[in-house]
Design a binder for this molecule. Sequence first.
Ligand code: 13P
Ligand code: SF4
Length: 298
Amino acid sequence: MEEIRQKKKEKNAVILAHYYVNDELQAIADYVGDSFYLAKAATGTNADVVVFCGVSFMGESVKLLNPEKTVLMPDAAADCPMAHMAKVERIRAYREQYDDLAVVCYINSTAELKSYSDVCVTSSNAVKIVRALPNRNIYFIPDGNLGRYVAGQVPEKNVILNDGYCPVHKAMTAGFIREARKKHPAAQVLAHPECEEGVLALADAVGSTADIIRYAKESDCKEFIVCTEEGVAFRLRGDNPDKSFYFPDGCACCQDMKMNTLEKLLHVLTTGENAVELDEALCRRAVLPLERMLELAK
Ligand code: 13P
Ligand code: SF4
């Protein structure tokens, strides 16, 4: 950790980490947060180098918004499977079918998918942004679960759902919650909107990782069943030493997020390896929906 701190100074670097990465990375990072917070965080710094402890769509988003900065990923293979789960042909077909279609793209998507979209959203601003759009017809990619949740909150829109999903949140079942509630009857259930419909129906609160962390801190409740990736436990337990948090056994771990390690972080800081490189023409198109998100989320 000391070597990382030294190298960081030498290179004028900042470290960003998502709540899902290993505890020690969250501990050493300059900025820790949910996808929305992290997309904005690098923009406000004068760092030359950004090391992103997360998955590739996150590093890409930072690069799109900060093309002059070097963005390094501790492990270039750490990727979100859901980021690829939408088809350009289907986007084209819906654009043909609906004159006023807005393609709303969850930030968990490749730069290519973003380049075909009108606006990006994250789980913390999706409802607000979809509601604010002038379009009635919305094609929400790639996450079908977040899309369904948004559709329920914004009934005045026709939200067309896609069949992408997060394998980690999909594995958390309503059965788990029922069992966990039997064991911890006083606990409240907090769920990420990437969870399936049946899980969200049983939740006391639904929100992004940052929303879950805020809710647990502000609540008088002392026990929580948490339906999201277990990396958030670091912050939840740190903020609330007097409260208990229970996660779905065996499935609450994103293997891609866990590919980030202190050793790999030090390695890329030292060597400059794994820099995010994107085609210039692609960048010009893919940054537009991200900028629109930042504007509409204000
Ligand atoms: P948030 O950071 O918006 O809560 O999303 C969670 C996620 O799955 C990131 O990959
Ligand atoms: Fe992707 Fe799910 Fe991992 Fe988030 S938790 S990076 S959505 S696979």
